[in-house]
Write a protein that binds this ligand. Structure first.
Ligand code: DAH
Length: 338
């Protein structure tokens, strides 16, 4: 019996040693420790062992079981190790990690956030209006007569319903005055649409930032000071700003604002960045009619308004030469701002 135990133990250990995968290792376990295994059979034979030998044989059996179990576990670990190693074979863990591509904000978004941030600190609140607009809010209330070129179907996207894609964000001025009483100080960044030929300075869908300030005694110096301060904060304290007389139906007087662009190696150029002016009394009258009260009586209130092109501002800010770069989604371009 003793010899038999040792033989079974050695046989099992040899089998375990020879096992080179999970399956053959499991087989070694079944053959020795399984229900019908060799060591199990010997354990069952214990009942026939004479009493005086029981202790000794019992110890031998336990020893054999312990040795086989330990060997099985050890081999199991060794095999696992081999599989683990194989799965990372050829991988050099000392190489630098691959860079994660994180996204960044689009330059137009960056610029809009900065512009909005500056104007909010100056006391302007954010406002919004629909992109699908009616002619009243886009034109009539803004003192823009029916024969104005902006109202031509050649220049504007009309729907069959008579509504249109707003040609400027100035419509938000009217909507906000209809909804709120003065004093009113709002900015409205948003998309505007025109049937423009797309080229290096024109897109058919582009972005504007509209502003409106209405109160008692708002004056032209307020307009000039506000916008100069804004542009200097955006582009730097040394930025040269110029107000050029112009015409807009909804302001009187009206101006275009130019910023002096100085790029190294180029002659300085004046670039138009915004339209602005003192709100035309005719606009206040239209609002009064629409509201059905005199809260915006042009004898009582005055105001200034402005509208700037966000793409323009971005082009100046970063010296971008072609507006189309802003919509082409070329990551080589966009990555520079991330
Ligand atoms: N709406 C004008 C445009 O799209 C820009 C503009 C000019 C807005 C003067 C204004 C303004 O608020 O007062 O060309």
């Amino acid at each position: 019996m003793k010899d038999e135990i040792l033989r079974v133990q050695n046989e099992a250990l040899a089998m375990i040693h020879a096992a080179n995968d999970e399956r053959s290792l499991d087989e070694a376990r079944v053959v020795s420790l399984g229900k019908k295994g060799s060591l199990t059979a010997l354990s069952m034979a214990m009942k026939d062992v004479p009493k005086e030998q029981k202790v000794e044989i019992g110890q031998l059996l336990n020893g054999a079981r312990a040795a086989i179990t330990a060997s099985l576990e050890e081999k199991q670990l060794a095999l696992q190790n081999i599989t683990d190693r194989a799965s990372v074979a050829g991988i050099d863990a000392t190489l630098p990690a691959r860079a994660l591509h994180t996204g960044g904000l689009h330059p137009l978004t960056l610029l809009r956030e900065r512009a909005v941030g500056i104007l909010r600190r100056m006391g302007f609140a954010l406002a919004d209006g629909p992109e699908i607009e009616d002619e009243f809010h886009c034109f009539d209330a803004l003192n823009t007569p029916a024969d104005h070129p902006a109202r031509n179907v050649k220049d504007t996207f009309y729907f069959d319903s008579g509504k249109l894609l707003r040609t400027h964000t100035s419509s938000v001025q009217v909507r906000m005055m209809e909804k709120t009483i003065p004093p009113l100080r709002i900015i409205a960044p948003g998309t505007a649409y025109r049937r423009d030929e797309i080229d290096s300075t024109h897109l058919s869908a582009f972005h504007q930032l509209e502003g409106l300030y209405v109160d008692r005694d708002v004056s032209l110096p307020d307009l000039k000071g506000t916008l100069e301060a804004f542009l200097r904060e955006l582009f730097g304290a040394q930025t040269a700003v110029r107000f050029r007389p112009h015409f807009f139906p909804f302001t009187e007087p009206s101006f275009e604002i130019d910023v002096k662009l100085e790029v190294k190696g180029q002659a300085p150029r004046w670039i138009e960045v915004a339209g602005c002016g003192m709100v035309d009394p005719a606009v206040f009258e239209a609002v009064c009619q629409s509201r059905g009260d005199r809260k915006y009586d042009p004898e009582q209130v005055t105001g200034f308004a402005f509208g700037m092109g966000l793409e323009r501002l971005a082009m100046i800010q970063w010296g971008i030469r072609d507006i189309r770069l802003l919509i082409e989604n070329d990551v080589r371009f966009l990555r520079q701002f991330a």
